[in-house]
Write a protein that binds this ligand. Structure first.
Ligand code: SF4
Ligand code: SF4
Length: 380
């Protein structure tokens, strides 16, 4: 499998990363109980991934049993530790002392001496950015652990809106970033470009699930992406973009891996087939008045009710163009007011105050559009 230099981390990483958020029973409590079938399934997934040439495994303190399952399984697989890299993540802790404890916890759970890539998980709010400047705070703990050889390169995962994500990147504190960027969600284009300019490694989070539930594509999207599967097209589109190094594929069973391997077989990533698919997708989108919403326009924010108007209209655009209602309902179902992972109030909260209307450069009838989106995404 192709490997790419992961920015200034100094590591070469495979273009696919094994994400371990979806391991069998991985979220069941208690997290220190590892059922036999979880161990067996994790063993098969990790073995298949490493055998296929994947050399980066991604976990997180917050992924239930994931770190512990990896710690139990990796020594049994018989592949030397030097042949693969481990990335794990933890939220920004309130104090340096707690941050260090969480690093030590991850080392213990993973059963390793060094975490090659350690990321702050979810720098999504202003206070997370401010925490980076606290004397004797999270960065102090990370640098100390780095000096002691407990962690290698330091990065973060960011789920914030583009302006805040850009400011976090611009601090220059980090060697790599994990972010959301996909064919069907390009809002972080500038963040990828800035990360590239800063020499950072760029990992794409969940390209096929958060990128559009492309594992279960609607027939229209399948047809438009033929001869590729939509997930394969999305992956090839990403790998053809400048500045992107690896895509984290979250497997729940090893049988899901061949789709991705098959999709990578032809090189280079971008050729005549891909260009023709791109043209067909663009032709569908060109007819939609919502094509800029949540991609390169966010001007209608803020909504006093907390509705994430651009993101809602981006998803409604995907329904109109590609029949992606299953994805839109899934993402809308994850939205919570004030949440820092997937923020957004219910569409029923729109009181038609009209505050958004004068901000729209396309003069779109936003309350009416949201009412239509509500019928499609929240029919119950
Ligand atoms: S009209 Fe609705 S969507 Fe627009 S700002 Fe008011 S509450 Fe928000
Ligand atoms: S301002 Fe208009 S074009 Fe921009 S995201 Fe909002 S509704 Fe869409």
């Amino acid at each position: 499998m192709e490997r790419r230099p992961f920015g200034k981390t100094g590591l070469d990483v495979s273009v696919l990363t094994l994400g371990t958020m979806r391991l069998l029973h991985g979220w069941d409590a208690p997290h220190d109980h590892l059922p036999d079938d979880s161990l067996e399934s994790t063993h098969r997934i990790v073995s298949a991934a490493l055998s296929a040439g994947i050399n980066l495994i991604e976990s997180a303190r917050g992924y239930g049993k994931s770190e512990r399952l990896l710690g139990a399984v990796l020594p049994q697989i018989g592949i030397p530790r030097a042949h693969y890299r481990i990335m794990t993540k933890a939220p920004p802790a309130p104090t340096a002392r707690e941050m260090r404890q969480w690093i030590d916890d991850s080392l213990t759970r993973l059963g390793i001496d060094t975490i090659d890539l350690f990321a702050l998980h979810g720098l999504n709010r202003e206070e997370h950015l401010a925490a980076l400047d606290v004397r004797n705070g999270v960065l102090t703990a990370l640098r100390q652990a780095q000096d002691e050889g407990l962690i290698g390169a330091i990065g973060f995962s960011g789920h914030a809106a583009p302006p805040l994500l850009l400011r976090i990147l611009a601090t220059g504190h980090f060697d790599f970033v994990n972010l959301h960027y996909y064919r069907f969600r390009r809002a972080n284009h500038a963040a990828v470009a800035l990360a590239q300019a800063l020499g950072m490694g760029v990992l794409i989070i969940s390209p096929n699930d958060k990128g559009g539930r492309l594992y279960e594509p609607p027939e229209k999207l399948r047809t438009l992406c033929a001869p590729l599967h939509p997930a394969q097209f999305n992956e090839r589109w990403l790998l053809a973009q400048s500045g992107i190094h690896t895509l984290s594929i979250g497997l729940s069973e090893p049988e899901q891996l061949p789709l991705h391997l098959e999709g990578l077989r032809a090189t280079p990533a971008w050729g005549q087939d891909e260009q023709e698919i791109a043209w067909r997708l663009e032709a569908e989108e060109s007819r939609s008045s919502l094509r800029d919403c949540g991609q390169n326009c966010f001007d209608c924010l803020p909504c006093p009710q907390g509705i994430e108007i651009p993101e809602i209209l981006r998803m409604d655009h995907l329904i109109h163009c590609f029949d992606m209602a299953h994805f839109a309902r899934y993402r809308y179902g994850m939205m919570r007011p004030g949440d820092h992972w997937v923020p957004g109030a219910r569409l029923s909260c729109c009181d038609r105050c009209g505050a958004c209307l004068p901000r729209c450069p396309r003069a779109l009838p936003i309350p009416e559009l949201l009412a239509g989106a509500q019928r499609r995404m929240d029919p119950g």
